[in-house]
Design a protein around this ligand. Structure first.
Ligand SMILES: Cc1cc2nc3c(=O)[nH]c(=O)nc-3n(C[C@H](O)[C@H](O)[C@H](O)COP(=O)(O)OP(=O)(O)OC[C@H]3O[C@@H](n4cnc5c(N)ncnc54)[C@H](O)[C@@H]3O)c2cc1C
Length: 372
């Protein structure tokens, strides 16, 4: 097994499949060719939402390196996945900031500390190694090793809301996808999208603009939940023939031979039709689930992890929980509260990792920010 230390010294790209920041603050994506590699770091963060990202900065000030695992294909948690274009008004120092822009700024702030990322993989299993470290394995088998694990898992993993079609799993990732990970994957393909929210509307518009060969949007109702601008754009593109719009219709069956070939659509009130397609994207939204974290032996209260408010440690020594995922008397699920928790948590993590070292708090105005 290869050991990849993602600490200062060897801060190259460490992730299983994921992103790393380069000096120009752009995201570089790469796939892991070392399926048996182990990624080693100081603080292993489960969740790359705002609280996980801010931890990278606070840990970096203490010269601790972080690696983040996220089930989603991009960092940002709820802010990127649910409301990237909504303004937030309660982040100190920002009278108003778009959620997507806040994540961009957090990535920029974290950049000097060269975080590693394992994206598109869910943290599945935790165990103790012989040397007392934590080993966390993802759904794709990527193993991470760290003395401290900090769970910043928000509301849990986002699981797609699936339509009630019996043989759906036969074609998952063989023509049926619930998230658009890479729009170019649909280049020159026939695509059917289902849904009436922003995601369905936005991807229909995007893919119909020179990417997919053919885009059909199927929606149960005549009205849409998405942004009025996007609804109007879809109507205009339907009038000009760029999008085929089927309202009061619903996909009720899928078929193919190993890969998806066609979907059966129920039209109200006329009846059914079979439409040939290469892909069907049921974009009915994502719902969060605590998932495998519920089986890690952590003390859980109503889907949240109980922590103490001294350092946000859990009942398992060496595992902390910050942000929306934790609970304690008076807990508020707000970003700024998660930032506070991250700041206190890393102080405790430092003492755990370096029990013989004394850390003296210094202002960034005095010391500046010295990256790795
Ligand atoms: C519409 C909306 C508006 C909001 N407006 C505001 C606002 O104005 N102000 C405010 O302060 N807050 C607001 N919030 C709440 C705010 O978004 C949350 O408090 C914040 O996102 C919590 O950050 P987090 O880092 O704890 O978790 P999240 O942002 O939820 O990120 C957690 C990440 O962990 C990942 N994850 C979970 N489990 C695993 C696992 N096992 N393996 C791998 N990855 C995992 C998830 O995929 C996710 O990406 C709003 C929320 C919503 C939905």
């Amino acid at each position: 097994m290869t050991l990849l230390r993602t600490n200062p010294g060897n801060r190259g790209f460490s992730s299983g499949s994921g992103y790393a920041l380069n000096h120009k603050e752009t995201l570089i994506f790469a796939r892991n060719s070392h399926t048996t590699s182990m990624i080693e770091t100081d603080i292993l963060l489960i969740g790359a939402g705002p609280c996980g990202l801010f931890t990278v900065f606070e840990a970096g000030l203490l010269k601790l390196h972080c690696h983040l695992i996220d089930a989603l294909p991009q960092p940002g948690g709820q802010l990127t996945e649910i409301y990237p274009k909504k303004p937030i008004y309660d982040i100190p120092g920002y009278p108003e900031v778009l959620a997507g822009d806040l994540i961009e700024q957090l990535m920029k702030q974290a950049e000097p500390f060269k975080p590693g990322f394992t994206l598109g993989e869910r943290a599945e299993k935790v165990e103790k190694s012989d040397d007392g470290m934590w080993l966390v394995t993802t759904t794709k088998g990527t193993v991470h090793k760290a003395p401290v694990v900090a769970i910043a898992g928000g509301l849990g993993c986002f699981e797609p809301r699936k339509p009630p079609i019996a043989n759906l799993d036969e074609f998952e990732d063989k023509g049926i996808e619930y998230i658009v990970r890479d729009p170019n994957f649909y280049k020159g393909k026939r695509v059917i999208i289902s849904g009436g929210g922003d995601s369905a509307l936005d991807w229909s518009i995007f893919l119909a603009n020179g990417i997919a060969e053919e885009v059909t949007l199927v929606h149960r109702s005549k009205s849409f939940r998405g942004h009025p601008d996007s609804v109007q754009k879809v109507i205009d593109m339907s009038a000009s023939g760029k999008i085929k719009l089927l309202t009061e219709s619903e996909v009720i069956g899928v078929s193919g031979n190993g890969v998806l070939n066609s979907v059966k659509v129920l039209h109200l009130p006329e009846g059914e039709s079979e439409i040939q397609t290469d892909h069907w994207l049921p974009l009915f939204g994502l719902s969060p689930k605590l998932g495998p974290l519920a089986d890690w032996g952590l003390s859980i209260d109503k889907n949240s992890i109980e922590v103490n408010t001294f350092d946000y440690s859990t009942n398992i020594p060496g595992i902390y929980a910050i942000g929306d995922i934790n609970t304690y008397p008076g807990k508020l699920k707000l970003i700024l509260c998660g930032f506070h928790e991250a700041t206190l948590m890393v102080q405790s993590a430092f003492k755990r990792i370096y029990p013989d070292k004394n850390y003296v708090l210094k202002y960034t105005t005095v010391n500046g920010v010295q990256g790795f």
